[in-house]
Design a protein around this ligand. Structure first.
Ligand SMILES: Cc1cc2nc3c(=O)[nH]c(=O)nc-3n(C[C@H](O)[C@H](O)[C@H](O)COP(=O)(O)O)c2cc1C
Length: 232
């Protein structure tokens, strides 16, 4: 499935959107109207949630605000390069070999496209820090849930996230979900003056993917979920 030209709203089937959505990690300096993304964030709330709690909280940043957040993040990373204490780790401490292999393969594909030696910690760190510039995207979204949520509300947030991503895809916009924002949850929470009951889970970089950047042409691999019942 070929992606529609960015910025052009193309009607596509759900199957086409699911198949063609990819994570974009380098964006053009091309504006995206705030109202356009707000409309998608509202429509995505048709996503199902347990008890219809709709526990997702979305905060959009663009214009001067996203510029200020990017500046704040540069300063914060300089102060604290490895991030802040996190409420939850990204991965279990001991990943089963099959998951570890998938993760390593993902890194190989991504860093291969970027031309970064996976064993070059300086180059890798510089690239990871681009997360906190939203990879140059003009619009960012920060997603929160209540701090006292159970894993079921996290499921709801994940369904909401994918619904947003598919609607963006249908609209010809590109995006990258970004859990890395949780590494600086305290800084982002303070910057946005977010209520203390809310916990930052991830961000989404949104814009028009740079068609000349190889990291935007990665087709990641998938295994058969039905065969994973006996994963080791
Ligand atoms: C919840 C979630 C968090 C993610 N966090 C990041 C991130 O912080 N930085 C990043 O570059 N990619 C991030 N990704 C993108 C994944 O690496 C990507 O979805 C995966 O490699 C599959 O590739 P695809 O999205 O192109 O299909 C995240 C994806 C999800 C669903």
């Amino acid at each position: 499935m070929t992606r529609p030209p960015t910025g052009m709203s193309v009607r596509m089937s759900v199957s086409q959107a699911v198949d063609s959505r990819v994570s974009a990690r380098a964006f053009l300096d091309r504006p995206v109207p705030r109202a356009f993304v707000e409309d998608i964030l509202r429509r995505a709330a048709r996503a199902p949630s347990g008890g219809n709690l709709q526990p997702w909280v979305a905060r959009l940043v663009e214009g001067e605000e996203i510029a200020a957040l990017k500046t704040r993040m540069r300063a914060r990373i300089a102060e604290l390069p490895d991030g802040e204490p996190m409420a939850h780790g990204f991965y279990p401490p001991a990943l089963k070999p099959a998951y570890l292999a998938r993760r390593q393969r993902n890194g190989e594909i991504l860093y291969g496209a970027l031309g970064i030696d996976r064993h070059d910690p300086v180059a890798r760190k510089a690239w990871i820090d681009e997360n906190f510039q939203f990879f140059g995207a003009p619009v960012g979204v920060l997603l929160f849930v209540e701090r006292n949520s159970t894993p079921y509300q996290w499921i709801d947030l994940g369904i909401y996230l994918q619904t947003v991503l598919l609607l963006l895809c249908e609209a010809g916009l590109d995006a990258c979900p970004q859990a890395d924002w949780a590494m600086y949850a305290a800084t982002v929470t303070a910057f946005l003056d977010a209520p203390p009951d809310l916990m930052l889970i991830c961000g989404i970089a949104i814009g028009h993917a740079d068609p000349n950047r190889p990291e935007n042409f990665i087709r990641t691999e998938r295994d058969d979920p039905l065969a994973s019942f006996a994963i080791s």
